[in-house]
Design a protein around this ligand. Sequence first.
Ligand code: ADP
Ligand code: MG
Length: 263
Amino acid sequence: MKFEMKDLHVAVNAEQSSANTAVQRERKEIISGISLTINSGEVHALMGPNGSGKSTLSLALMGHPKYKITHGDILLNGKSIINLPANERAKLGVFLGFQYPQEVEGVGISNFLRTVLARTNDGAPAVKEFHKQLKEKMSQLGMPEEFLKRGLNHGFSGGEKKRSEILQLEVLKPKFAILDEPDSGTDVDGLKSVAAGIKETVAENKTGVLLITHYNRILEHVKPDFVHIIVDGKIVNSGGAELARETEKSGYDSLKVAEAAAQ
Ligand code: ADP
Ligand code: MG
C-alpha cells in the first residue's frame, strides 16, 4: 500500500480581531508544495524547526477542518482522500498520534479503544480477551493498570500522554501512522517504551510511518528508512538516517539561512 502527498499546499484560516472590526479571517499558507510517498512498512522521519509546519501537515493529512488543502492531493493507494472527514480516513487505516493529545474526561481508554476498533477494524474482540491484550500492551509501555479507571489522557503527564498515543497505535494497527513528536515530553524510559511500540507496530503490521520529531534521539531507536527536513512548509532536503545526525549537529538555523538565501 501507498500513502502519497502530491504537491500539497495547506492554508489555515487565521482569525484576527482588531479594535474596530469584528473578527477578520485571512488565509495563511503554511505548507507550500510537499510531495512524499510512504510505502507500507517504511519509516519516514520528518524533522524541522519550530513553526516549520510539521503539525499543520499532520493535522491536514488527518482532515482537521481548520486546515484547508488549497492545492495538490493526498492519496491512499492511488485514491484521493482529501474530501473525506477524519473518521472516514481513520476507517481506511490512517492514524494520527497528536503532538498535544486532548484530555477526554469520562471516557475510559478501554471503552474508547474498543469502540474505535469496532468502527474502524474488522470489529472489536470480546471484552475479556480485549482487556487481556490491553493490559499486556500497557505493561510493555510501562503504563499502570490504574490508568484504565481514568478518563482518556485525563490528568496524564506529557510523557504519559505519549505512551497513551502509542497504546492506541498498537491496538488499532493502522495501515499508515502519522506520529507528531511522540518523543516530546518523555523521559529516557518513556522514549524507549514509545520507540519499542512504534518498532513493534511496523514489524507486525507493516504500518507505514511518518515520524515527526525535532531530535535525532528517537531515531537512534527507530531507524528511519528516509529522513526529510522541512523548513517554512517545504522539504528542503531528503536522505537516509545519517541526514538526521548531520542536521542535528549543524542545527536548524543554518538551514533557515540557506533557505532564505535561495529565495
Ligand atoms: P511545527 O509543528 O513545525 O512547530 P506548526 O504546524 O504548529 O509548526 O505551525 C506552523 C505555522 O503555522 C506557525 O507559524 C503557526 O503559528 C501557524 N499556525 C498553525 N496553526 C495555526 C492556526 N490554527 N492559526 C493560526 N496560525 C497557525
Ligand atoms: Mg508541531
